[in-house]
Design a protein around this ligand. Structure first.
Ligand SMILES: [Zn+2]
Length: 233
């Protein structure tokens, strides 16, 4: 269960009211681009959430997921404390549309040399729609003149501001890592405060592993990330 305080709840309710306006804005933009490139991006469902670590994403259809665009209201809504400048909001929409394009249109051979979600195919699509050809969000970037020719030939080395969909993938990887059970029943563990204990029960949870540990006669439930293995200390 997630706990939100009242103020946060009110903010979320207020931001949710922007969904129809934002959806119209996105569909309108994608509709224009569709006409230009003979695609159907405006027909792809758009979902919204309150992600704190990702501005937007495009998900391809797979065995486990439906194709969709997803945007965080905490970034793209107008009613947040620090709303995105208009140009950056549009640039984010184009950034995700470029992801849609890279998997839904013919990419010329000369733009296939660099693999990856933000590889040369995606950069080529960015050049077509006028999106900033960088995977990382930086305020004001949408207003810059981009040298597409240069970025299409060179790799982007700047990895200092990982925010957009890239950051989300890093987070997912970390979350999956945290969910790997590192202990077995009967293991002796050391907790910085409670000292040595023995693992009696293991519960795998989303984002972590909870262990029931007996310390000196008392059982406590602790996430494995707070422990260090006795044998390593
Ligand atoms: Zn991206």
């Amino acid at each position: 269960m997630t706990y939100y305080d009242r103020e946060d709840q009110f903010l979320r309710q207020r931001l949710q009211k922007e969904i129809p306006i934002l959806t119209a804005l996105i569909k309108n933009l994608y509709g224009e681009l569709d006409k230009k490139f003979h695609l159907n991006g405006a027909k792809v469902p758009v979902t919204f959430g309150f992600d704190t670590d990702s501005l937007g994403s495009y998900t391809r259809r797979s065995a486990h997921e439906k194709e969709h665009f997803h945007f965080s209201l905490l970034f793209i809504a107008y009613g947040v404390k620090n709303p995105l400048p208009k140009e950056d909001r549009i640039d984010l929409f184009k950034h995700e549309y470029a992801h849609y394009m890279q998997y839904n249109m013919q990419i010329p051979e000369q733009y296939k040399w660099q693999t990856g979600t933000h590889g040369s195919a995606w950069k080529y699509c960015c050049s077509l729609v006028g999106a900033a050809p960088t995977p990382y969000y930086k305020a004001g970037e949408a207003l810059m003149n981009h040298d597409y020719d240069k970025v299409l030939k060179n790799r982007i080395h700047d990895k200092s501001v990982p925010i957009r969909d890239t950051y989300r993938r890093l987070q997912t990887a970390q979350k999956q890592k945290d969910e790997v059970v590192q202990y077995k029943l009967g293991d002796t563990v050391t907790h910085p405060k409670f000292g040595n204990g023995v693992v009696e029960k293991i519960n795998q949870r989303s984002g972590g592993v909870h262990l029931h540990i007996r310390f000196d006669g008392e059982v406590k439930c602790i996430d494995q990330k707070w422990l260090s293995r006795k044998k390593y200390t």
